[in-house]
Design a protein. Sequence first.
Length: 341
Amino acid sequence: MHRNSCFPVIPHHVGIAGRGLIATRKIQMGELILRETACVALPQDLGIWEAGESIFRQVSKLPKCQREEFYKLTRKKGLLEVSENLLTSSGSDPQRISMAKSVANRIEETAIFFNNDIKTEDDCKCLFLQMALTNHSCCPNSSWTGCSKNPRHLELRAAKEIAEGEEVTVNYIIVEARFLHKRERMSRLLDGWGFSCVCPLCNQDPHFIQLQEREEQIKSDIRKIQQEMTQECDRNPALVSWKLLCSLQREIVELVSQLVTAQLLLFREYNSLVHLSQLARDKQQLKQSLEEWEVLLKDLNVDRAWKDYKSCLDKLELSVSCLESSCPPKDEEIRQFLWLM
């Protein structure tokens, strides 16, 4: 792949992870690293075997240079093995043999796509040739984010300052596994992508033991608070203590702020804290949370995150009379201000 002078990264071999993206100069927090359009896209509900023909057709239509880059990408080993087993187990049944051959004919393209796809905001699975080169880290220095004008466009922005020559990394499981224990993260990555993470939060280097222990303790504390919140919510809404939930969510925000990936995780937590502040009728907490949320947004400059923030402001403006009242929230308001755990 030729270097694109518009963007401050270049593909390069990075060791056991194979190819990755390396910063060609110092990159500031919030700076755009890449902007790319998907070259292959599939509906979310399309089965893995039915997908083969569609992937092959789309790849065949790509310019030669892009096709070459596609076939350089990593494969999902499990799919290759399943294809081989399917052929072996077909026996003499003509129908099964035909199906197995059909799968085998497109298995390389299928295995490449499903080892490198990214889910976009329109619920499609998409492959981005350059973004696919970003390797995983549980403490990444960048993140993918959708563009509000076109869900098939993706941006890569720096989540912290990145030095010249440093590898640009993302977290593949940042939402669903953000507070999981190390062994659970490692298991998900091994099952999903076939590798063991060796980032500072996962490897066995004694220099990182203290950092790992600190991170694991914070995440354990967060999980305990989330469990307490779940128990509080598991009752009639009329009996829920919204002030308690708001207070517990503030504790989570304070704990998340101490994690090495705080700048990427706090968007979600502030959103929840603002929602719970509304339901708890806590004007001071609401004001403080919105101010802190806005500071974070200015630092990272993520278009989609700004969109979520402004959407929340619109809801609050429409619900100002509820905030001013001393009445507990009703079902409709609770549904409008749902929070995330």
